[in-house]
Design a protein around this ligand. Sequence first.
Ligand SMILES: Cc1cc2nc3c(=O)[nH]c(=O)nc-3n(C[C@H](O)[C@H](O)[C@H](O)COP(=O)(O)OP(=O)(O)OC[C@H]3O[C@@H](n4cnc5c(N)ncnc54)[C@H](O)[C@@H]3O)c2cc1C
Ligand code: SF4
Length: 503
Amino acid sequence: MTTVWVLGNQLTRTAGPLTDDPDRVLLIEAAALARRRRYHPQKLCMVFAAMRHFRDELRDDGVDVVYERAETFGAGLDAYFDAHPGDDLVVQRPANHGTADRLRELVAARGGSLRVVANAQFRCSPAQFDDWMGTEPPFKHRPFYRHMRRETGYLMRDDDTPEGGDWSYDDQNQETPPAEYDSPSVGGFEYDEHVPAVRDWVATEFDTWGDPDGFDWPVTREQATRALESFVADRLAGFGPYEDAVLADDWHLEHSLLSAAVNIGLLHPEEVADAALDAYRSRDDIPLNSIEGFVRQLIGWREFMRHVYRHQMPGLATANQLGADRDLPPLYWTPTATDMACLGSAAGRVYDRGYAHHIERLMVLSNFALTYGARPQALTEWFHGGFVDAYDWVVTPNVVGMGSFGTDAFTSKPYASSANYIDKMTDHCSDCAFDPDSTVGERACPFNSLYWDFLATHEDTLRSNHRMGLVYSHLDSKRDAGKLAAIRERAQRVREGVAAGRL
Ligand SMILES: Cc1cc2nc3c(=O)[nH]c(=O)nc-3n(C[C@H](O)[C@H](O)[C@H](O)COP(=O)(O)OP(=O)(O)OC[C@H]3O[C@@H](n4cnc5c(N)ncnc54)[C@H](O)[C@@H]3O)c2cc1C
Ligand code: SF4
């Protein structure tokens, strides 16, 4: 007798233990998990509604499903073992650090046993990654990505060289959409009783942050598959050129919007990559920079982050090599209260639907927190609560490593920039109350003084970094010209204003 315990982010029948026709399936809807922080109501709605749909689909196919609604996993297991004493459970290894051990203890305390099997929701297994890495971190994405390309055969020629001759077309992922640009429409899912019921329950039961209305995320395998098909049909071709662009009146551009569905198991990363590659092969409108860019994100960065997290936890969660000690400023929770157009827009998008794309996450939301000096853990907490696709294994390395430079274990330099980058990649600056070309003065863009002040503050740590040589020569020029003191004074005023919710 095998009972598979399916966690809320393991809703897959195409990989893992449910492919083996289990005798019984257990799902526990534990409310306490949703009380751990102020989550986005759309994230809670997505997960709980997807679990209920998953239960119904299994039952429709004749599977014996026990669905416990309880305050905690412990209470859910109490109810389960009262009915099925001494049962043996099987679970896929959760990607989050420490969870497997905690689940095992909970089950053992109730007289059962829990067998933890490999997590089949990724393309690269721990053994494969560790084999590739050998005994010598540091972790480097570029060689890992090449390894994955070879391993999967994705975009490889017969002679073991990459299609097109280059491994990455990152330099062709930074175009600005033309003025008449209009991205294809997205979403439009229709929901039966589960989404409305869960939305009402979430609204009355939990303390959340974010807009519960406008929910438009896939909650079934069928909807997720349609979301994948629509991305491949309508947006994959334009994914590459505009991947790094940010537009004030377009929240999704040509991004796939699939992370949340992949992260809870509704889609497998391999099938997503295969669908994109099939389209690339069978159509002639998908450029190499689009398909390569997409494969790099999904099979490169996503898998890399999972394994870096696996290796670096638990230290990664508290890493703070720059000693940043400020709280996150209030504008992250009240995006309408800031005059900074780019930041207000990005944080507002998170509030509206629990989503912002990767450049908004990295170069706007994280960049500001980094140069402002917010604790990586404060930023992680905000990302964790705000995004529909946030799970510890993916939030923590992205925010602590990439976004905050809390560790240099897998990022070689901080992703800090002045308004220059934002002005180039977005159309926000022309409608902003601040001037992207000024560094001092009341209307000077806050990103500018914070950026130079950040470089000056962390000079001892960062100047020797060979990738920072050029920016430090610019800092030297400002210092030599006697401008640095005024810039740092402006940064101080910006910090005070931002902390007080005035900017
Ligand atoms: C500070 C920061 C925080 C982030 N937090 C999360 C998070 O909580 N959850 C999450 O899934 N992704 C996170 N990411 C990665 C990335 O921004 C999102 O996966 C992506 O924006 C999701 O939107 P999409 O599905 O439209 O992605 P697309 O732009 O269409 O990219 C395709 C897919 O690639 C994968 N991907 C791309 N980059 C990464 C990455 N760095 N790490 C993991 N997967 C990646 C995702 O599965 C995504 O669906 C974060 C990135 C940064 C810089
Ligand atoms: S001027 Fe500064 S704050 Fe305003 S949109 Fe540009 S980068 Fe953002």
